[in-house]
Design a protein around this ligand. Structure first.
Ligand code: INI
Length: 189
């Protein structure tokens, strides 16, 4: 996997902590945030993440986005390396993720959405196609693409999982994405 990282000056504090065996500050949030590969440091601050988020059920998805951004920044990513693209609904997530992957614009893509069951079968088609499509993009491009789409029966259930009493799926998916990027990178070492 080729990491699309602009070379940046080494942050010597982190560089030193790596060679001295001390933990870098972001390790608390993301255990695999630095990688000893041929004595090179994978600077987490240089990793590029594209977030694709749906406007449908924005009350929920804006919280997912907030959780994801917070997690990525806490892990040490630079704000300028996190892009956000809005799409109409969860159904459109895979197409836009596919375009970003094709343009090689990111080291990982985070898809965020919220599909709430109604009285018709629409839910199943939207949620099913979003899940299948997102998985297909990841496999086709051998690129980490996270599935941060809530699929619930009620708005209340979604809100609980978007910064409410049951955590924040956006934040969880951001961590999963960083971990997967690290794993793929380690496999190439
Ligand atoms: N899109 C969602 O993201 N969540 C939903 O709950 C939803 N429902 O219930 O209809 C939804 N529909 C829109 C869909 O994602 C597409 O934007 C639309 O079908 C146009 O392609």
């Amino acid at each position: 996997m080729r990491l699309i990282c602009k070379p940046k000056p080494i942050r010597w504090g982190i560089f030193f902590s790596f060679f001295s065996g001390a933990l870098p500050p972001c390790r608390k949030f993301f255990p695999g945030c630095w990688i000893p590969q041929k004595r090179l440091l994978l600077g987490i601050m240089n990793i590029k993440i594209a977030i694709v988020v749906s406007k449908f059920n924005k009350l929920v998805t804006k919280n997912l986005l907030e959780g994801a951004q917070e997690t990525l920044l806490e892990a040490g990513l630079s704000a300028e390396n996190i892009t956000v693209t809005w799409v109409p609904g969860a159904f459109e997530l895979p197409l836009v993720a596919q375009k970003i992957a094709t343009l090689k614009k990111a080291d990982g893509i985070l898809c965020l959405g919220c599909v709430i069951r109604g009285d018709t079968a629409h839910f199943d088609f939207v949620a099913g196609e979003a899940a299948k499509g997102i998985a297909a993009v990841a496999m086709a491009h051998v690129l980490p693409v996270s599935f941060g789409v809530l699929t619930t029966d009620t708005l209340e259930q979604s809100l609980h999982r978007a910064g409410g009493k049951l955590g924040n799926k956006g934040a969880e998916c951001a961590s999963a994405l960083l971990e997967t990027i690290t794993t793929l990178h380690q496999l190439e070492a």
